[in-house]
Design a protein around this ligand. Structure first.
Ligand SMILES: Nc1ncnc2c1ncn2[C@@H]1O[C@H](COP(=O)(O)OP(=O)(O)OP(=O)(O)O)[C@@H](O)[C@H]1O
Ligand SMILES: [Mg+2]
Length: 315
C-alpha cells in the first residue's frame, strides 16, 4: 500500500489552488513531482502532513499505508508526521533550530516517540543516522550547531533528523535547490541510496527535469493544479505525451542534447490560481491548441503504466 493522493482538491476562499492532483510513491523508490513554480507541488505535499493554513479547504483521497492523515488529531497526527511520513525542506536552515545542536534535534523526536529509552541510546542511534547520511566525523558533528556547518552538511543533518523515527516515506521539497551543483549531485545520490537500502519511499519535488532523469523511477508532472502526465521516468523522457512535458524537456540543457541544439523556452507562464482559464489550463501556451482545448478540460487518458491529460497528445 503506497503513499498516495488522488483527486486532490485544495481551495482558497474564492478560487481553487489544486483542481485534480494525483501522485503516489511506493516504498523503495523515488517518485519525482515536477512542474514550474506555482504548479502546486508544495501544496500537495503539505496537504499530506496537514501543514496547510486552516483557511484552505481540502478534499479528495490521501492515504499512507491505509492511514488517512486528514482524519487524524493530536498525538496520532504527530506520530504520523514522524513515524510514517517525514519532510525535508529546500532550505535546511529553516528546518533546523539554530539554538540546538544537530544531535539534540535528532534525539528529541526519538525520545518523544519512544524510539529510544535514554539520551545515551539516542546519541548512538543519531550518530548512526548521521553516518548513514554520509556526514563525515559524525561523532563530532553531533555536537555542532547548524551555523557551524556548510549548506550541504546542514541538508544531510536535516535528512538524518527526518529519518529519526524511521518513517516509511520522505517528502523532499526541492532539497537541493539551495545548494551548488556538485553538492546537489551528492545529496541526490544519498536520497537514491536511502530509498533503495532503507526501503524508503521518497517523493522528490523539483522544477528541474534534469534532476528527474538522474534519480527518479517514476514521475508526475503538475501544471496549474492538475496532474497532466505520469509514468515511468524513462518512458516519459523518451516520449512525452503532454506538450507541457515536452516543453519542460526542451528547456533542459542536459536533456536537450547539450550545446549543439537550441534551447527552447515555453512561452508565457503558469496562471495564478485566481486567474480563471477555461478549458485545458495549458492551452494559452500551447502551439497545438484547438477549439476544444479552449472549452473543455481534457480527461485523464490511461495507457498501460502511463497517464496524460491532453486532447492532442504528442508521441
Ligand atoms: N495560503 C494560500 N492562499 C492562496 N493561494 C496560495 C496559498 N498558498 C499557496 N498559494 C498559491 O498556490 C499555488 C501553488 O503553490 P505551491 O507552493 O504548491 O507551488 P509550487 O509548485 O510548490 O511552486 P514552487 O516551485 O515555486 O515552490 C501558487 O500560485 C501559490 O501562490
Ligand atoms: Mg514549492
Amino acid at each position: 500500500m503506497p503513499l498516495k493522493v488522488k483527486n486532490l482538491k485544495v481551495e482558497a476562499a474564492s478560487f481553487p489552488i489544486l483542481k485534480e492532483v494525483f501522485w503516489d510513491v511506493e516504498r523503495g523508490e523515488i517518485t519525482a513531482l515536477v512542474g514550474e513554480s506555482g504548479s502546486g507541488k508544495s501544496i500537495s505535499a503539505l496537504t499530506v502532513l496537514r501543514l496547510l493554513p486552516e483557511s484552505l479547504k481540502v478534499s479528495g483521497e490521501v492515504e499512507a499505508d491505509g492511514v488517512n492523515p486528514l482524519e487524524l488529531k493530536g498525538k496520532e497526527l504527530l506520530s504520523f508526521r514522524w513515524e510514517r511520513v517525514a519532510m525535508v525542506f529546500q532550505d535546511p536552515s529553516s528546518s533546523l533550530n539554530p539554538l540546538l545542536t544537530v544531535g539534540e534535534q535528532i534525539v528529541e523526536p526519538m525520545l518523544y516517540h519512544g524510539k529510544v529509552k535514554s539520551r545515551e541510546e539516542g546519541r548512538e542511534r543519531a550518530v548512526e543516522l548521521l553516518k548513514m547520511c554520509q556526514v563525515p566525523k559524525a561523532e563530532e558533528r553531533f555536537d555542532a550547531y547548524p551555523h557551524q556547518l556548510s549548506g550541504g552538511l546542514k541538508q544531510r543533518c536535516a535528512i538524518a533528523m527526518a529519518l529519526a523515527c524511521n518513517p516509511s516515506y520522505l517528502l523532499a521539497d526541492e532539497p537541493t535547490t539551495a545548494l551548488d551543483v556538485t553538492v546537489q549531485k551528492r545529496i541526490l545520490e544519498l536520497l537514491k541510496g536511502l530509498s533503495k537500502n532503507e526501503n524508503l519511499g521518497t517523493l522528490l519535488i523539483t522544477h528541474d527535469i534534469g534532476v528527474v532523469e538522474e534519480v527518479s523511477d517514476r514521475v508526475f508532472v503538475l501544471y496549474a493544479g492538475y496532474t497532466v502526465e505520469s509514468g515511468k521516468t524513462e518512458d516519459i523522457l523518451r516520449r512525452p505525451m503532454h506538450p507541457y512535458t515536452k516543453g519542460l524537456i526542451e528547456c533542459s540543457p542536459k536533456l536537450n542534447g547539450g550545446v549543439k541544439r537550441r534551447l527552447r523556452a515555453i512561452p508565457g507562464s503558469v496562471p495564478e490560481p485566481s486567474e480563471r482559464v477555461e478549458g485545458c489550463p495549458f492551452h494559452p501556451r500551447c502551439s497545438k491548441a484547438k477549439e476544444v482545448c479552449r472549452k473543455e478540460v481534457p480527461p485523464i487518458v490511461k495507457e498501460g503504466s502511463r497517464t496524460f491529460r491532453c486532447f492532442f497528445p504528442e508521441g
